[in-house]
Each structure stands twice: as C-alpha cells, then as structure tokens.
Design a protein around this ligand. Structure first.
Ligand SMILES: *Cc1c(COP(=O)(O)O)cnc(C)c1O
Length: 365
C-alpha cells in the first residue's frame, strides 16, 4: 500500500467541478484585481474569525511583514518569537530591520510564556507567538505580559484558521494577526496567498493602502507601498473552500483519534488538544523515539512522513549570523530531533490509517 502525506491531487479530483466554476465565473468577467470577489472573501473571514477587519494579501509572509510594519517595527527594534516555527516568522522580523529574539518552547511546541519576560529589553517592540500546527499559544499569560509592559502582540496565525482558545478564534488575541493560505495549510488557495486580520481600524486602513502601492485613488499616492493583493481567482476559491473548512478539520481530528486507537506503542506520542484549545491540526506532529529510524522504515513500507522541522529557527545559518548558537534553547533542540508527521488528511481511509499504525507498531515491536 502507498500512503501519501499530501492530499492535493485527490482534492483536485474531488473539487474539479467547483474549481472550474470559480475559474469561469471570475476569469470570464475580465477583471482580476481588487474586485468584489476579494471583498466578499474578506467579509467571510471577518464573519468566520469574529475579527472586525480582514485584508487579502499575497502570502502569510507578506501578512507578517505588513502587520509588523503597521505596528511601526523598524531598524534596531527587537521582536520576541518562538524557536519552533517556519522560518518566515523570523524572516519577516529581520526584513523590517529588527532582530528576532527567540524564546524556547514548552512541550506543546509553542512559546513558553514563562520565559518571555526575561527576554524583554528596552528595544522590545512586539511579541509574536506562533500557533504552531494550529494549536493556539497560552494567550492569557502572553496577553498579561503584553499589558504589563505595553508591548503589542502580533499573532503568527499562519496555521490558525479554525483554531480556538477558550472558544475565541485565533487572530483576536493580538493587535494584528497574519494568516497563510499556502496550498499546504487547512484553508488553501491554488498557490501562494494569505491575509491579515485586525480589530484596529487604523491598522486596517494603513495596510489597505500599503498593499496597493499607497494608492488612495488611481492618481494619488499618499505613502510608498508594495504590491500584495490577493488575486480575485484565489479569493473566489478560498470563499468556496471556507465553506468546507469545519468538516475538513473535523475529519482530520477524527483521523488522529483513529491513530490513537490503532497505535499500540508508547514510543510515539500523538498530539493532544491542550486545556482550553481546539486545534486545527494543519500537521499531525508526533514525538517519536528513534525518529529517523521510524521515518526510514515507513518509507520502505510506502508510507510518506515528514519532519516539521528538524532545525529550530536559532540553528539555521541565517540565525547564527545574528548571534545564536547550539545549546541556547535546549527544549526546542530536543523536540526537533523527535518530531515526525504522519498522513492525516481528510481523504485518508480507515484502512490506510490502520496500515500506517500497523507499520508503526511493527517498527517498535
Ligand atoms: C506557512 C507559514 C508561514 C508563511 O506563510 P506563507 O503563506 O507561506 O508565506 C509563516 N508562519 C508559519 C507558522 C507558517 O506555517
């Protein structure tokens, strides 16, 4: 049996008719940038998340950079973030001229709130928690710190669509929040896409200008901006897929409980919701003994698995250049040697999950 981690080919076959309808509807109109489809999608996201404002952008990375820019982050500032994330969290900070200040993680792979305060200096201008794999960080504690020091929060909610903390949707804990609609996220476009949400009207208006060259109208530029407008075709596809998101997340969560039923070894620790959180499980990140051996074994049995990620952010060459080294964040370094993701997408059958589980049991047995 062959079991793949990524479901995009199956998804295309499943959605072919609706996707072609989107294509015809949007492309047939002859107008593809800043159209009603974009505004329509943004309104749907505000309804879904409960945030007041949304702006469709070219990527989650753009959303992070523009969010930081809107908070006024500039050269010489420091922004606190997690060592376990996709590199874009740190890259966005660096590209505004600021320094990413890493903080170690808890066992849930998210930033440890108890280690944040000691990293605050007079230069700290924002705290960027990352809701890794769609598990929302311990936001009560982080919000308390933010309030105590008057430092704003920007959520890296790239994986946070459909995730809740104490029944509040991600994106409502910071001053501004960045989401990604990259093909491998739960709400995914046909290519790179992203969006930002905020409850702050000033931030909304600033970024709205910035994403479109600072154009107040066709011939009136009020500030120098960039081009980062979610295109109309992807906006329409995302509106269509948003309707299916709740069920997709439910199916993924159900698949994880099936794995829990069939995996009979304590050498693999499957992910759990934390107290107060409802996780969207973009990836099913498990912690495994002899991770590399297991990965190799699964591969020989036709089962695809992936490591998200083997290197904590502070150990990349780029981070070493700004002064980080091995040993700085022991918990992250330990966890990055254990993590492995098995297939858990919505098109998996119970038979496939049984097979993968059996392979895992055999490896340790
Ligand atoms: C995917 C991701 C990003 C970047 O989003 P893009 O849309 O790929 O630019 C940033 N942070 C995290 C945590 C992500 O998972």
């Amino acid at each position: 049996m062959k079991v793949e981690l990524i479901d995009l080919k199956k998804r295309y076959l499943d959605e072919k008719k609706e996707l072609l309808n989107c294509f015809q509807r949007v492309v047939g109109k002859g107008s593809l940038v800043l159209t009603d489809e974009l505004e329509n999608f943004e309104n749907k996201i505000t309804k879904y998340t409960g945030a007041k404002y949304c702006l469709g952008l070219n990527s989650g990375t753009d959303a992070l950079m523009m969010g930081l820019w809107a908070l006024g982050i500039k050269k010489g500032d420091e922004v606190i973030t997690s060592t376990i994330s996709f590199i874009a969290s740190a890259g966005a900070i660096f590209h505004l001229g600021a320094k990413p200040v890493f903080v170690d993680v808890c066992d849930d792979l998210n930033i440890d709130p108890d280690l944040i305060e000691r990293s605050i200096t007079s230069k700290t201008k924002a705290i960027m928690p990352v809701h890794w794999s769609g598990k929302i960080c311990k936001m009560d504690k982080i919000k308390k710190i933010s309030k105590k020091y008057g430092i704003p929060i920007i959520e890296d909610s790239a994986q946070g669509i459909g995730s809740y903390y104490k029944k509040i949707h991600s994106g409502n804990f910071g001053k501004v929040s960045a989401f990604s609609a990259h093909p491998l996220k739960n709400l995914n476009a046909l290519g790179d896409s992203g969006f930002l949400v905020t409850n702050n009207k000033k931030i909304y208006e600033k970024v709205k200008l910035y994403r479109n060259h600072g154009l107040k109208s066709r011939d009136n530029v009020v500030l120098f901006g960039v081009n980062s407008r979610l295109d109309s075709l992807n906006a329409e596809v995302l509106s269509f897929r948003l309707k299916k998101l709740k069920n997709i997340i439910l199916k993924r969560r159900k698949n994880i409980s099936l794995y829990k039923k069939y995996i009979k070894t304590n050498k693999v620790q499957l992910p759990n919701d934390s107290d107060n959180s409802y996780d969207s499980y973009v990836m099913m990140i498990s912690k495994c003994k002899n991770r590399n051996g297991l990965k190799k074994y699964l591969n020989s049995k036709g089962v695809q698995s992936l490591i998200y990620y083997g290197t904590p952010l502070h150990l990349h060459k780029a981070s070493k250049k700004i002064g980080y080294k091995k040993g700085d964040f022991p918990n992250s370094e330990k966890i990055c040697n254990q993590v492995l993701s098995f297939p858990h997408h919505q098109y998996l059958t119970e038979r496939e999950i049984k097979y993968v589980s059996q392979c895992i049991n055999d490896f340790y047995g």
